[in-house]
Design a protein around this ligand. Structure first.
Ligand SMILES: *Cc1c(COP(=O)(O)O)cnc(C)c1O
Ligand SMILES: [Zn+2]
Length: 433
């Protein structure tokens, strides 16, 4: 039995969990309810005992300098002092995600009519999506809490990331996915010899099943369920990297794909922490969310001026974003309204066109989520919402090789010829160039 509730005072005045080694969570000191502010101890908890609101990690940061962070490894672990992980995290076996490129997207900027645009290209992560960031932090929490099975309900990319991270850490993994998932994403999980379980139903059905299993099975870390507070902190590293790569500056506006909404809310939290710590100059930034029309519960709630998110039934090719009942929905509405941004959606045809637009202009082949984000960016410029003179960052969160079907009917060989020079010249002369 692990006595997680044995009290011992911390700086935040919340009992630290016993059975957990000192420093297991770095500068994190407690969990705090995002709804009512009630604090609790660090542990495998995710819902507030007072109001059932979602819990978030709280910290007591010492002085942290740019030089100290810059001296760290070329992965998310350079920001270990800002994460709920031990100081020696880089010595553990993980996929070491992060430190992805921030592309100066001058061609796409010209195409869209923006003055300055960057693409934060998270397809460069070990399993080719931003999910490696969140899984790495969740894996650390699981290890420190003595949980021995890494698991998740997934829209695809998370399953890839969990399976790979568990393989590298040498622990067991079980991943649950909707049965109608893209073939590439199923294979890209199964190859790591995980226990992959296809579930008949939508992601929301899979998620509900996972919550039931998490409540019954001991020792399981469902990365985005019972260790979700730690998991979500991993997304802050996107904000840290963008700021550091811009020379320790925060951009004016950021466009972010939204499924559960965790990534969007944590990028905002990451910028705010950098300001609080004095690592960047304070300035306003606007956060914009992007959804596919076929699964746009938060965008619809925004338009209807609601502060809660009625669930929808997903029907879109952007399967990685197909969460009809998003856990962080109300907090996304908070962030976009507070920062002066908004959340919008585009249809599947626009998604495909914008996968092609990003590929054509910048040589970046995004998955459907990237098509959603670039598509919403284009729409917001056309609608006069995004400021064309403001410095803009667009997140590309995944890799087009995992969603080939989205474009496979639209692109291909210009011709097929026999291996003879005259056959080539016939074709080349006839080409309208
Ligand atoms: C999961 C995922 C997202 C959205 O993540 P949330 O934090 O759940 O909003 C965006 N893009 C890709 C490619 C994803 O796999
Ligand atoms: Zn609460």
């Amino acid at each position: 039995m692990t006595a997680l509730a044995t009290p011992s005072a911390t700086s935040a005045g919340v009992p630290a969990p016993a059975g957990v080694r000192p420093g297991a969570f770095g500068n994190a000191t407690h969990l705090v309810c995002r709804a009512c502010g009630e604090k609790s101890s660090l542990g495998p908890f995710y819902a507030c005992l007072e109001c059932f609101g979602p819990l978030e990690v709280g910290y007591d940061f010492p002085t942290i300098t740019r030089a100290q962070l810059e001296a760290g490894p070329k992965s998310i672990w350079r920001y270990a002092p800002l994460l709920p992980v031990p100081a020696d995290i880089a010595t553990f076996r993980s996929t070491d995600p992060g430190y992805t490129r921030l592309l100066d997207a001058a061609n796409l900027a010209a195409d869209l009519g923006l003055r300055k645009l960057w693409v934060k290209d998270d397809s460069g992560n070990p399993t080719h999506s931003f999910k490696d960031r969140v899984v790495a932090v969740a894996l650390s929490a699981a290890r420190e809490l003595g949980l021995h099975v890494l698991a998740c309900p997934s829209t695809g990319n998370l399953a890839n990331a969990v399976a790979a991270a568990a393989a590298r850490a040498g622990i067991k993994s079980v991943v649950f996915v909707p049965e109608n998932l893209e073939h590439q994403k199923i294979i890209a999980s199964a190859v790591y010899d995980t226990t992959l379980i296809a579930v008949q139903g939508s992601y929301d059905d899979v998620n509900k099943l996972a919550s039931e299993i998490a409540a019954e099975e001991e020792g399981w870390a469902f990365v985005n369920v019972n260790v979700r507070p730690y998991y979500s902190e991993g997304s802050k590293t996107l904000a840290y990297e963008i700021a550091e790569q811009l020379g320790w500056r925060i951009p004016d506006q950021v466009v972010i794909p939204v499924a559960s909404g965790s990534q969007l809310t944590k990028i905002d939290k990451g910028f705010a922490e950098l300001v609080t710590l004095g690592l960047v100059e304070d300035k306003p930034w606007k956060i914009y969310g992007a959804q596919a029309t076929g699964c746009s519960p938060i965008s619809q709630a925004y338009r209807a001026d609601l502060d809660f998110v009625p669930p929808v039934k997903p029907d879109t090719i952007a399967k990685s974003l197909a969460i009809g009942n998003p856990a962080d929905g109300p907090y996304v509405l908070d962030v976009v309204r507070r920062t002066g941004g908004l959340i919008a959606d585009v249809d599947d045809e626009t998604v495909v066109q914008n996968i092609q637009r990003l590929a054509r202009t910048e040589g970046v082949f995004a998955e459907t989520a990237g098509g959603v984000t670039v598509g919403v960016t284009a729409k917001l410029i056309a609608d006069g919402v995004l400021d064309p003179d403001a410095e803009t960052v667009v997140i590309n969160s995944g890799d087009g090789l995992k969603t080939l079907d989205a474009v496979s009917g639209r692109v291909g060989p210009k011709t097929t010829i026999p291996p003879r020079y005259d056959a080539f010249t016939d074709f080349w002369k006839g080409l309208d160039r």
